[in-house]
Design a protein around this ligand. Sequence first.
Ligand code: GAR
Length: 204
Amino acid sequence: MTAVKRAVAVLISGRGTNLRALIESTLAADHPARIALVLSNKAEAEGLEIAKAAGIETALIESRGKERAVFDAEMDALLKAKGIEYICLAGFMRLLTTEFVQAWYGRMINIHPSLLPAFRGTDVHARVIESGARFSGCTVHFVSPEVDAGPIILQAAVPVPQDATAESLAAAVLEQEHALYPQALRLLTEGRLVIEGQRVRVKN
Ligand code: GAR
């Protein structure tokens, strides 16, 4: 008998390369999850095409000009209607309300292109280079009401070469993101992550 796979929604706003990595990883027969829905807040998000090409249901809920609470309530209703159990934010560039975040706490994860808690927010790579830091990287974390501040699940580090540009560093970090995010989703949907305050314990 094949086990029922956990239904995951991926929320995107753009390119969707992390989405692609998540889709590919969940195709493994023994994977506990499947990407059941890709939801974008922008019509022009290229990631929507990646989802369609993979035969995954897509949804567009435009956020522009919409009150945050209204937008989040629309998303929440759709996610529930589709039976979604877990959410991956993958380049989803829209702040979420505390209410939405609390409703999904422990079941919603994000990838951020820095070694949190350093360099939260946007324009990360230019700020890393400017700071003189010798290492950067990426972080997968649970989403909490404070932006980029939730319990850390996994991290990967990359060196910052002397001649790094924001573009070259972004590319080096992105390569790590594509390996890290699938690992974190697998652990999450295997039920192996235990949040203990700000720390995450990985069960064997
Ligand atoms: C990724 O680098 C991701 O870490 C970053 O946006 C990019 C999306 O790329 N996310 C954030 O900055 C979230 N604050 P992708 O659309 O190709 O996956």
